[in-house]
Design a protein around this ligand. Structure first.
Ligand code: SAJ
Length: 420
């Protein structure tokens, strides 16, 4: 059965690009989001998030009539759920948005429909969601009841795109397809092949769920290794970036880069889903999370040490010293400040430091509320000219372009090795 109408539930960083990708292939796409502002913005051909090239694709899709957004679910042939799965205070995954999305489409389902869950989920979530649909629609059959002969097909297909490169990776990356039946996997592959040039790799739902968690946990563990090396190298008086470059020249070594900590909504969250389900078996994954989460406090301690040296050498008082924090985003060349270790560190410094705290963040025009009363947002020029201590937190391209000799006289804590 072909897919005349495709509905995407959740129009955020994954759902909206996916909706736009189908619409660009001239499929009728219905986008659903509970956020009225997001829906209105999209229906005007604009976007409510920052992602390169997404604006053009959405504008073209809306103007051509292929993409329309609503706040309430509509009938479709395929439903793709891309809502958030945060964790609760105790690091337990919160599936309430997934369940609410499933409940909202249940009354609209008809024989032959395909449902795909894309949200990062603990293992078993797809089955749990499918069970909710069974409970709500006894007139239809589902894969866990009728296998290949079910009325409804269900698959788990995780998103794997990198923020900042979504429009490229969405089309090109290989896709893991975890159907509850072989037919579900095949139909999900047919759906993605509408825009996908990468391969579809078929498995079962549980393995696909675990695969997503594994990918982000692998990255977290690798970054934790790099951050741990940065602690050791600071004690040893070794340049950690030079060390990692040298070690990576070995053909079988590939260490990621240390930084101020791990931010964003994926790498710092998803490993906890594995830990929540298998606490006894996941010692390495837990430790990696703790190592990465400890990095911001270590960075603040480094600044305190540099400040003490600065006071001794200059004879100034602490309230006469200006500290400039370079970067607030959770990674380079984006404006996304959510779950950013740079934000966390800047806030800790501004709370503690009695002198001026400058912030330089070329990707924003206004400080976030948490920093408004504590810091001054200034240009790179002002910060370089006036500050005593520079704290580099994000390797934005504008900071990499600053010539080393311009900051040679400054007291510098460089968490990204940009000016090493
Ligand atoms: N980071 C380091 N050192 C590094 C690389 C990253 O400290 O060498 C930090 C970044 O500064 C940032 C955090 O890690 O604070 C996460 O950034 P990221 O670029 O590693 O990843 P995300 O969160 O933007 O996207 C990840 C990607 N996952 C993998 O690469 C395995 C992406 O493909 C996923 O789709 C995304 O998570 C997701 O949505 O799950």
């Amino acid at each position: 059965m072909s897919f005349e109408t495709i509905s995407i539930i959740g129009l955020g960083y994954i759902g909206l690009p996916t909706a736009a990708a189908f619409a660009a292939r001239q499929k009728k796409v219905i986008g659903i989001d509970v956020n009225q502002h997001a829906v209105d913005t999209i229906n005007q051909g604009k976007i409510h998030i920052v992602e390169p090239d997404l604006d053009k694709t959405v504008k073209a899709a809306v103007e051509a009539g292929y993409l329309k957004a609503f706040t309430t679910p509509q009938r479709a042939d395929a439903f793709l759920i891309a809502v958030p799965t945060p964790f609760k205070d105790d690091h337990q995954p919160d599936l309430s948005y997934v369940m609410a999305a499933a409940e909202s489409i249940a009354p609209l389902l008809k024989k032959g429909d395909l449902i795909i869950l894309e949200s990062t989920s603990p293992t078993g979530a797809t089955e749990q969601m499918a069970q909710r649909l069974v409970d709500m629609r006894s007139d239809l059959t589902f894969p866990q009841q009728q296998g290949e002969n079910s009325d409804i097909d269900i698959a788990y297909c995780p998103e794997r795109v990198l923020p900042g490169k979504v429009m490229v990776e969405l089309i090109k990356n290989e896709r893991v397809i975890g159907g509850m039946t072989i037919k579900s996997s095949q139909r999900a592959s047919d759906l993605y092949r509408i825009f996908l040039t990468g391969e579809c790799l078929i498995t079962n739902a549980k393995t696909a769920e675990m695969c997503k968690l594994t990918e982000n946990s692998f990255r977290d563990v690798n970054i934790a290794f790099a951050n741990e090396l940065s602690f050791i190298c600071a004690e040893q008086g070794i340049n950690v970036w030079e060390l990692i470059n040298l070690a990576n020249s070995h053909p079988r070594v590939n260490i990621l880069q240390p930084g101020p900590g791990v931010g964003g909504h994926c790498i710092a969250v998803d490993p906890w889903f594995i830990v929540a389900q298998n606490p006894k078996q996941s010692r390495l994954i837990q430790t990696a999370r703790l190592v990465n989460d400890s990095k911001p406090i270590w960075v603040v301690d480094q600044v305190k040490t540099v400040l003490a040296d600065c006071l001794t050498e200059t004879g100034k008082r602490a309230n006469e010293i200006k500290i400039a924090c370079f970067g607030l985003a959770f990674k380079p060349d984006i404006d996304d400040l959510r779950e950013s270790p740079a934000m966390q560190i800047t806030k800790m410094i501004a709370d503690w430091h009695t002198g001026t705290t400058y912030v330089v963040e070329p990707n924003i025009n206004e400080l976030p509320n948490a920093l408004k009363a504590l810091c001054q947002l200034v240009s790179t020029e002002v910060a370089v000219a006036n500050t005593d201590i520079i704290l580099l937190l994000v390797d934005h391209k504008q900071f990499k372009a600053i010539k080393g000799e311009r900051i040679r006289q400054k007291w510098v804590v460089d968490t990204k090795g940009v000016w090493r």
